[in-house]
Design a protein around this ligand. Sequence first.
Ligand code: ZN
Length: 157
Amino acid sequence: MPRMSISSTYQRMIGVNNAVHWDKLVWNRLSIPKHIMICWLAMHQRMRTSDLLVKLGVLEENKCMLCADGMESHNHLFFQCSYSSKCLELVKVWLHLSSAQDLLQRQWYFLQKSRRTGLQKKFIAAIFSGLIYSIWWARNEAAWNKFFGGLRLCSNE
Ligand SMILES: [Zn+2]
């Protein structure tokens, strides 16, 4: 008879989970809690993007509402969309970041592996979380209120 323990039973219940490298950056105390929650969902690709809503039969098309140029998915929204990539570019210029990554997970990996101090990484992570929250907010405004302010939301132009 196999030996049973609480930890082995718990591990069977939750399944195999790969360790992530970005959790401490996302859950840092410099970030605003609502930004953390949206960022956490985005990192786990759990946002209700249009591609998922089409699969569920809620929507008929998954056209991106921010650029009207691509199909909305996690990878498109963060940061392959022309709107979100421009927002990311503005933030990178402001923070003097030089990564050329165009996916959310790669941004966090680049930040985690950078030679910055822990406080600098947490500060940049808080900015990234705010950016992700703002993009999701802009997407929801475009989807539900049919309002899209364009890049005026991200820049001083
Ligand atoms: Zn788009």
